[in-house]
Design a protein around this ligand. Structure first.
Ligand code: NAP
Ligand code: ZN
Ligand code: ZN
Length: 347
């Protein structure tokens, strides 16, 4: 077994603190990665605080993992020692069901294995995530990372990147489309970058006036403050596609009224509390409300390759691991520019 240093939540209300556990030995199809950076996703915070239910403690969060391969199993073909590699939200799935065969492992009929806080089919225990010094996973769930991009900015692509890339691709967003992104945080800033890169006209809908300049630097063509009722009225019927990345309770009807005829709004933000949707918000204009969950392994690799080809990375604030509790406090205030990334050398 491989002794591994980590940071863990011990209960839903306390602070994260140092923790040690054993990773499994490398099996023939496994890759072992020394973690260099791990991004901090709002989903980490939801699960640390058990806001979605089902959290198991100690809980080691982290599913935006990049690092260097330090060991490969005898049957590994994709990786060699010294390669850069990444792991996102999944470390296993059945690999045989219809969804897995389509590369939609996130929708595995038998339940995919999350990178943390998930039942580990190999050990029978619980999976531990990337706020740790190293990780062992089957190479089928390990992504290739380009050496040409700054590694700290690549880490958030493994969740924030794929979660925004995937719905934009699925709904074929591009030139001629008017797109709105709701919530300028980790997901929101990647959504702007991808939507603009795909050729759409992008409007940022934010509650934070201080983020207007940044939104423009990130590639948004317009910015609207959602706290202003007059502004909201002016946006009625305007967008073909809205990507909602908001992490807390908010009124979906407010944004649905901004959709054009046949427009689609996709929720990727996952507030822990239910919301009321007025049927009338959808009926007039034949609008659709949909959801999307990360992306499968093939599409995650496609997204990483797209980012390498187009020089796209996340805007990050690299912090030491022991800053994590403060990072969560700032994230809750919407004060992230635009993703915290843990420097695992500080563990
Ligand atoms: P984040 O960095 O904290 O960004 C969330 C943003 O939402 C904030 O910066 C803020 O933007 C806005 N916001 C927060 N509270 C709000 C409120 N009460 N009303 C309106 N806007 C509010 O979070 P993140 O890491 O991007 O994650 C966002 C959500 O996506 C989380 O719920 C997370 O769990 C979920 N998620 C889902 C998937 C998936 O596969 N579907 C994957 C990853 C994450 P402004 O300051 O601009 O208003
Ligand atoms: Zn995430
Ligand atoms: Zn499956």
């Amino acid at each position: 077994m491989c002794n591994t240093k980590a940071y863990a939540a011990y209960n839903p209300t306390g602070e994260l603190a140092p923790f040690q556990f054993d990773r499994r030995e490398v099996r023939p199809s496994d890759v072992k990665i020394e973690i260099v950076y791990c991004g901090v996703c709002h989903s980490d915070l939801h699960q640390v605080r058990n806001e979605w239910g089902g959290s198991q403690y100690p809980l080691v969060p982290g599913h935006e993992i990049v690092g260097k391969v330090t060991e490969v199993g005898t049957a590994v073909t994709k990786f060699a020692v010294g390669d850069l590699a990444g792991i996102g939200c999944l470390v296993d799935s059945c690999r045989e069901c219809d969804n897995c065969r389509k590369g939609l492992e996130q929708f595995c009929r038998y339940g995919s294995t999350g990178t943390y806080n998930s039942k580990d089919k190999v050990s029978g225990g619980v999976t531990y995530g990337g706020y740790s010094s190293q990780i062992v996973a089957d190479e089928a769930f390990v992504l290739k990372v380009s050496p040409n991009l700054p590694l700290s900015g690549v880490a958030p692509l493994l969740c924030a990147g794929i979660t925004t890339y995937s719905p934009l691709r699925h709904w074929k967003v591009g030139k001629g489309h008017k797109v709105a992104v709701v919530g300028l945080g980790g997901l929101g800033h990647m959504a702007i970058k991808f939507a603009a890169s795909f050729g759409a006209e992008v409007t940022m809908l934010s509650t934070s006036p201080s983020k207007e300049k940044d939104a423009q630097h990130l590639g948004a063509h317009h910015f609207a403050l959602t706290s202003d009722p007059q502004t909201l009225k002016g946006l009625a019927g305007k967008f073909d596609f809205i990507l909602d990345t908001v992490s807390a309770e908010h009124n979906y009807n407010t944004y649905l009224q901004m959709l054009n005829t046949d427009g689609v709004m996709v929720c990727v933000g996952a507030p822990p509390t239910p919301s009321q949707i007025m049927a009338f918000s959808l009926i007039g204009g034949r609008k659709s409300l949909a959801g999307s969950l990360i992306g499968g392994l093939p599409e995650t690799q496609e997204m990483l390759d797209y980012c390498a080809a187009h020089n796209i990375v996340s805007d990050v604030e690299v912090v030491p691991v022991n800053y994590i509790n403060e990072a969560y406090v700032r994230m809750l205030k919407g004060d992230v520019r635009y993703r915290f990334v843990l420097d695992m050398a500080t563990l």
